[in-house]
Design a binder for this molecule. Structure first.
Ligand SMILES: [Zn+2]
Ligand SMILES: [Zn+2]
Length: 49
């Protein structure tokens, strides 16, 4: 599960390796397994995650 600053939580998985993604304030959303960076829009508040 990754959690946005607005409180929205969602289970998001890496498209490359299928592992659950993690969120860090500086890095954004990333995969701890393969290092892939992901940019997405929060479906709740519409801001960049
Ligand atoms: Zn990955
Ligand atoms: Zn949000």
């Amino acid at each position: 599960m990754i959690r946005h600053e607005c409180g929205y939580e969602a289970p998001v998985f890496c498209r490359r390796c299928g592992r659950p993604l993690e969120y860090a304030e500086r890095r954004g959303i990333y995969c701890p397994n393969c290092g892939r960076q992901v940019t997405m829009i929060c479906p709740k508040c519409g801001k960049r995650w």
